[in-house]
Design a protein around this ligand. Structure first.
Ligand code: UD1
Ligand code: UDP
Length: 357
């Protein structure tokens, strides 16, 4: 039996951790630490309930704040937990401040770190996520990569030990949720939406929300598209729209609160197209066969672009509108990022490699 401390804190991490935590707990001991980075009911608790993710054993309640203060508070809190629990591994996901804090706290205490979603790169160091990914990968002992591209990026940085191409744990999470959503989500009826009769949009990336010109250009593109757009608004984006007094009262725009994962999967599957700057949603769009326009200048998920299912449109109004109107759905959809066996592979590697303490 292996003892693992898992660190989560932000919405996509609850989704990624759910299949692994459920499986880990069958034969091993997991202490689930929630940093408190996301705390609204719709950004946190809903995912625990819907995905059978065990309740956090510890909630550090760190909350929002500038990068340094937020990451520092997490680091101090996680260190205390690790000193008490003395786990054999610390497991971190993705590229948020919670990821970096978990990895750094563990590495400083000489506790081995396992990083799920290792090797992703945008090569844009202005993104907070890029800093978090690079640093986390460089202190990790086990690096679970979703794609060959990711393993190649690690090799280019000299990281070859402990690297495993396991696929993407989000495909396991999506498979679980898609089955549940069919019987438990009534979002299409609730919002009076028809299959393929709407677009789905999300925006939360710092580069888009913190630059008023980019945010305005994206909202202008939404207004220029003469289709219903369902827009579950991330709290960060809502705050910016309000602070800038931007007019988001656009007739075709259905602005709603963030939705739970089961509703989200239903919306993604039924949408004619998705417009997003999210990392996870680009992949979900691909797996569900929904065309995607990405509101960024680059992506870590390059394969979705190479296969023709995802178009990069940046934050330019005309480019976004053209990308939506002129999208040609590819004929083929090769398998990308795993085969829904990623969770099993991670557990086998992680728990077959316990360290003597
Ligand atoms: C974080 C991650 C980002 C990830 C995203 C997933 C970092 C640096 N960024 O971005 O990589 O893609 O989560 O959604 O870790 N807020 C609330 N309620 C909440 C959470 C946030 O109101 O429950 C608001 C606060 O005003 C806060 C702002 O959103 O200041 C930003 O939250 P924060 O966690 O710092 O970053 P995200 O933009 O959510
Ligand atoms: N998501 C959700 N409800 C929403 C918006 C997103 O359940 O209202 C899910 C989405 O399906 C994906 C994950 O949250 O699984 C992505 O999180 P986010 O876009 O916040 O972060 P990123 O993936 O960009 O780090």
């Amino acid at each position: 039996m292996v003892k693992i401390v898992t660190i989560v804190g932000a919405r996509p991490q609850f989704i990624k951790a759910a299949p692994v935590s459920r499986a880990l707990r069958q034969n091993h001991t997991e202490i689930l630490v929630h940093t408190g980075q996301h705390y609204d009911e719709a950004m946190s608790a809903v995912f625990f309930a819907e995905l059978d993710l065990p309740q956090p054993d510890v909630n550090l309640g760190v909350g929002s704040g500038p990068h340094g203060a937020q990451t520092a508070a997490m680091l101090a809190g996680i260190e205390q937990v690790l000193l008490v629990e003395k786990p054999e591994w610390v497991l971190v996901y993705g590229d948020t401040n919670s990821t970096l804090a978990g990895a750094l706290a563990a590495a400083k205490l000489h506790i081995p770190v396992a990083h799920v979603e290792a090797g992703l790169r945008s090569f844009n160091r202005a993104m907070p996520e890029e800093i978090n990914r690079v640093l986390t990968d460089h202190v990790s002992d086990l690096l679970f990569c979703p794609s060959q591209t990711a393993t190649d990026h690690l090799a280019a940085e000299g990281i070859t030990q402990g690297v495993h191409l396991v696929g993407d744990v989000m495909s396991d999470a999506l498979a679980f949720a898609a089955t549940r959503a069919r019987t438990r989500s009534d979002v299409l009826q609730r919002l009076k939406l028809t299959e393929k009769g709407f677009l789905l949009a999300t925006v939360h990336r710092a580069e888009n929300t913190d630059d008023p010109a980019r945010l305005l250009a994206i909202i202008d593109a939404f207004a220029a598209l003469d289709e219903v757009i369902v827009f579950p608004i991330h709290p960060r984006t809502r705050a910016r729209i309000e602070a800038l007094n931007l007019n988001s009262e656009i007739p075709n725009l259905r602005s709603i609160e963030p939705v739970g994962y089961l509703d989200m999967v239903q919306l993604e599957e039924a949408a004619r197209m998705i417009l997003t700057d999210s990392g996870g949603i680009q992949k979900e769009a691909y797996w569900l066969g929904t065309p995607c326009v990405t509101l960024r200048d680059e992506t870590e998920w390059v394969e979705t672009v190479q296969t023709g299912w995802n178009v990069l449109a940046g934050a330019e109004t005309a480019r976004i509108v053209t990308a939506v109107r002129d999208f040609v759905t590819p004929i083929t959809q090769p398998a990308l990022y795993g085969d829904r066996q990623t969770t099993a592979r991670i557990i086998k590697i992680l728990c077959g490699m316990e360290q003597d303490s």
